[in-house]
Design a protein around this ligand. Structure first.
Ligand SMILES: Cc1cc2nc3c(=O)[nH]c(=O)nc-3n(C[C@H](O)[C@H](O)[C@H](O)COP(=O)(O)OP(=O)(O)OC[C@H]3O[C@@H](n4cnc5c(N)ncnc54)[C@H](O)[C@@H]3O)c2cc1C
Length: 380
């Protein structure tokens, strides 16, 4: 029996209530999947990684991977809320006892959403240490000014984490110092405004404008100036979880393509009898299974508290490539119908393309492997 089979079955049965038609309607209306997120919350899946002492399920990352993989494999989209699972990790690992005791039980119950993390800025892009958003300490508050871009789910979050500079870059020896993470309560924030960005798929992401935002000093996470390290700390979990989503997408595309290739008859026989149709499905299947093994390995290392930077990055790289390969294959297998909305293939195709770029682009993973694993010169 596969590990966490019971979880897989429960997620599958929950997802059955949210068929393609549900996602198609949301896609057309660019609406947030409120009912789906609510169902996942009520079932406790979004609290999987919160320790039991704070009211969560205290499950390992491998179990969270099964949850997200199954959501995607059933044709749903976990991107609307996957960050509710893992954004809290920064608080769990680096927050104060008070912050944890106050916030984690609310997140576990689902009464508070913390599923936005503002890191990227228009002028810094991939170069996180070049961010300009600045937090100045004044008495018992920080006053923050700046701008974020592509902050996902901020409109659907009660709170968000925000990365800001607290010491100017030119006053530091190491550019990765002097960055800090803040917990921002969006429900009561004055000085923050959101502007949605329309994207190629229904992904609630937005620009965040920050003008003289007052944040209590008690909302600083961990130590001032150590924020970049805290972010790096969270990246492995995020990469492994997103990789699991990609595996789920890939399995959906393969199932959909194989079913269609068996049923669609042209020239008097099923198109799947043609090797030109069959082999790309088989090749995509092999790529997916190989990537899935790396995801499993990375999650196992993470759960054993062993170093897993290389494996987490490779899992993300291979799984995102597999999902994109299967997506392309699935469109091709469906011919013209791959473009017709009612088949859901074009929607999933658009959705899975994101994972080549966010939360980390393929190039940055290759740069990580080149520098940290193969000891090649740093390329940037
Ligand atoms: C839908 C969506 C949701 C997102 N959600 C969030 C979020 O919630 N929070 C958040 O903080 N950010 C989020 N992002 C931002 C995402 O992480 C960034 O797009 C990403 O960091 C790249 O930044 P950029 O778009 O400015 O690209 P740039 O940094 O301008 O890079 C452009 C291209 O050049 C490549 N490149 C740049 N430098 C190098 C180099 N040295 N070597 C090789 N290649 C290089 C990149 O890999 C990329 O392909 C989201 C993005 C999208 C599209």
């Amino acid at each position: 029996m596969e590990a966490f089979d019971d979880i897989r079955r429960s997620v599958k049965s929950l997802c059955a209530g949210f068929p393609g038609e549900y996602w198609r309607t949301l896609d057309a209306e660019r609406a947030y999947p409120i009912a789906f997120v609510e169902a996942l919350t009520q079932a406790g899946f979004l609290a999987a990684l919160i320790p039991e002492e704070y009211g969560g399920s205290g499950l390992p990352l491998a179990a969270a991977c099964v949850i997200l993989e199954t959501i995607q494999a059933e044709g749903c989209n976990g991107a609307a809320c996957h960050a509710q699972m893992y954004t809290m990790g920064t608080i769990l690992r680096h927050g104060s006892a008070e912050q944890k005791a106050h916030l984690l039980p609310q997140l576990a119950k689902g009464t508070v959403r913390l599923q936005a993390f503002g890191v990227t800025e228009p002028s810094s892009g991939t170069d996180t240490t070049a961010i300009r958003t600045f937090a100045r300490r004044i008495g018992d508050h920080y006053v923050i000014n700046g701008q974020k871009v592509f902050t996902s789910r901020a409109e659907h979050s009660d709170m968000m984490l925000l990365l800001a500079r607290t010491t100017p870059r030119d006053q530091l020896r190491r550019k990765s110092d002097g960055l800090s993470v803040f917990l921002v309560d969006l429900r009561e924030a004055v000085g923050i405004s959101l502007r949605p960005i329309r994207t190629m798929m229904n992904h609630a992401t937005c620009e965040v404008f920050i003008d003289t935002l007052h944040v209590p000093a008690t909302n600083l996470i961990g130590e001032e100036g150590k924020g970049f390290r805290y972010i790096l700390d969270s990246m492995n979990a995020e990469r492994i979880l997103i990789a699991a989503e990609c595996i789920g997408d890939a399995r959906w595309f393969i199932r959909k393509a194989a079913d269609y290739a068996r049923e669609r008859v042209v020239f008097g026989h099923p198109i799947g009898r043609n090797q030109g149709v069959q082999f790309p499905i088989a090749r995509a299947y092999a790529a997916t299974e190989a990537a899935a093994l790396m995801v499993k390995k990375a999650a196992a290392l993470f759960d054993a508290h062993a170093p897993c930077g290389a494996e987490a990055n490779m899992a993300k790289l291979l799984a995102a490539e597999a999902s994109w390969q299967t997506a392309d294959m699935c469109v091709q297998t469906h011919g013209g119908y791959g473009f017709a909305e009612q088949f859901d293939v074009e929607r999933k195709f658009r959705e899975t393309r994101l994972y080549q770029v966010a939360p980390v682009s393929t190039n940055m993973i290759l740069a990580y492997l080149g520098e940290h694993v193969l000891h090649l010169p740093k390329s940037y």
